[in-house]
Design a protein around this ligand. Sequence first.
Ligand code: ADP
Ligand code: MG
Length: 221
Amino acid sequence: MTAGIRTESLTKQFANGVTALRDVSITIAPGEFVALIGRSGSGKSTLMNIMGGLDTPTAGSAYFDGEKIDYKDRKRLIVLRRTQVGFVFQQFNLLPTLTARENVAYPLLFNYTPRMERDVLAMRLLTLVGLEKRADHLPHQLSGGEQQRVAIARALVSNPHLILADEPTGNLDSKSSAEIYQLMRHINQVQKITFLVVTHERELASYCDRTIELRDGTVVA
Ligand SMILES: Nc1ncnc2c1ncn2[C@@H]1O[C@H](COP(=O)(O)OP(=O)(O)O)[C@@H](O)[C@H]1O
Ligand SMILES: [Mg+2]
């Protein structure tokens, strides 16, 4: 499955008066792999959070698969977050007391998926990211790159149409970073999932189809 996303004059002003996004209009085609770049504070995370239904805009609109996101409909936002979008964060955000396999299967607990099915799917995804031999390891028994691969497998478990990755390699050395990018690109090409990836590293942007740059909350390129 794959998703196209579009924003129209998206603006976000926080309660403290900071305008994090100003008139952001972008289009990402189904199946694209797009890098989102820009200095710290330019609004990248704010844009990702709004697209993934974790935050709401002050003005403007966003469309997911052609459907306008109604940010007042909380139930709809929960469905968006649970079934249509997968998130990958810089800090991995794995649950420390769960094994790699349990972490990957975790989101399925909320979809009432039977245990057997959860296990099979989690193992399939751990195999996809090359970690089938680490399935029973806890996060602290894994390297940073391995933890991020578990997080990517977890992001895929609900069959999302879009993966939003916010500085996924920010805590990794350059070799692991390149491996994570290659893995995401592979998933993008094989499963046709759309990717929007925040990165600081311009060289990693070379793995992408296209780059969108934010400066002070506005799209510059
Ligand atoms: N919850 C918040 N409340 C107030 N200001 C915020 C909040 N989140 C982010 N900001 C501000 O909005 C701007 C954009 O932040 P952010 O989207 O995190 O940028 P980036 O991810 O590009 O570093 C920054 O000036 C930041 O301080
Ligand atoms: Mg950020």
